[in-house]
Design a protein around this ligand. Structure first.
Ligand code: PGA
Length: 262
């Protein structure tokens, strides 16, 4: 059964007091909303910057179905890598997920598929579930290469995993031209790519696995456009950047997703 998932990727935003009040507002919004409270098969993930992972986890406490995620991890187990953070450290802070392969990491930090696979392997080894991001650049879409690019991003990375490990992955399709730009993929564009990804999973891992993998959409998804995107048959939720920084918007998107039955 595919789980519905909504993840807030805060990126490099918020000071400690701001982070604390954002989490508190989100938790109050969840607790005060009967639609969200009685949700089934819907996980809420908060991905704050590293320094706030502990605090978030502590504030979440026993709220059911709400988890923390790191936005990245390092590609080595441990050692003399000043400034880096390992998958084991993240797990020890109570996080359950880690975002790997976000386009900002691929672009600004030149992270390629080989490096990303090292991170995925370390994440899995340390009991973290990777939220693995893929997506094409605007030029690639204009040149109608978007399917080819996404197929390659999968083939070079998570499709190298054994089936048991692959089943622990969450995929986020994030067309790079839609991230932080206010340009959203249309629901049809998102559906077309999500269904393509699912077909590839079917070919590689078989039917049973198709129905276990959640595929999230990301890229200027917000409280206004979430309903039409989330309603698409192969969209299982969202990886939300900008709109996850405002508790009321994030809550509204969680509520939207909780009402969708597929
Ligand atoms: P955005 O970011 O919602 O601000 O476009 C999404 C993401 O980068 O995960």
């Amino acid at each position: 059964m595919r789980r519905k998932i909504i993840a807030g990727n805060w990126k490099m935003n918020n000071t400690l007091p701001e982070a604390k009040s954002l989490v508190e507002d989100i938790l109050n919004g969840v607790a005060g909303n009967p639609n969200i409270e009685k949700r089934e098969l819907l996980d809420i993930i908060l991905a704050p910057p590293y320094p706030y992972l502990s605090l978030c986890k502590e504030l979440i406490g026993k709220h059911p179905g709400i988890y923390t995620s790191a936005q990245n991890c390092y590609s080595e187990e441990k050692g003399a890598y000043t400034g880096e953070v390992s998958a084991a450290m993240i797990y020890s802070l109570g996080a359950k997920y880690v975002i790997i392969g976000h386009s900002e990491r691929r672009n600004y930090f030149r992270e390629n598929s080989a490096l990303l696979m090292k991170k995925v392997d370390l994440a899995l080894k340390n009991n973290l579930k990777p939220i693995f991001c893929i997506g094409e650049l605007i030029g690639e879409r204009k040149a109608e290469r978007h399917f080819k690019v996404v197929r390659q991003q999968l083939a070079e990375a998570i499709f190298l995993l054994k089936e048991v490990d692959f089943r622990r992955i969450i995929i986020a399709y994030e067309p790079v031209w839609a991230i932080g730009t206010g340009l959203t993929a249309t629901p049809e564009q998102a559906q077309e790519m999500h269904s393509f990804i699912r077909q590839l999973i079917g070919v590689k891992y078989g039917r049973k696995t198709i129905n276990n993998i959640s595929i999230l959409y990301g890229g200027s998804c917000n409280a206004q456009n979430a309903a039409t995107l989330f309603a698409m048959p192969d969209v299982d939720g969202g990886l939300i950047g900008g709109a996850s920084l405002k508790a009321s918007d994030f809550i509204s998107m969680i509520e939207t997703l909780s009402k969708i039955n597929k």
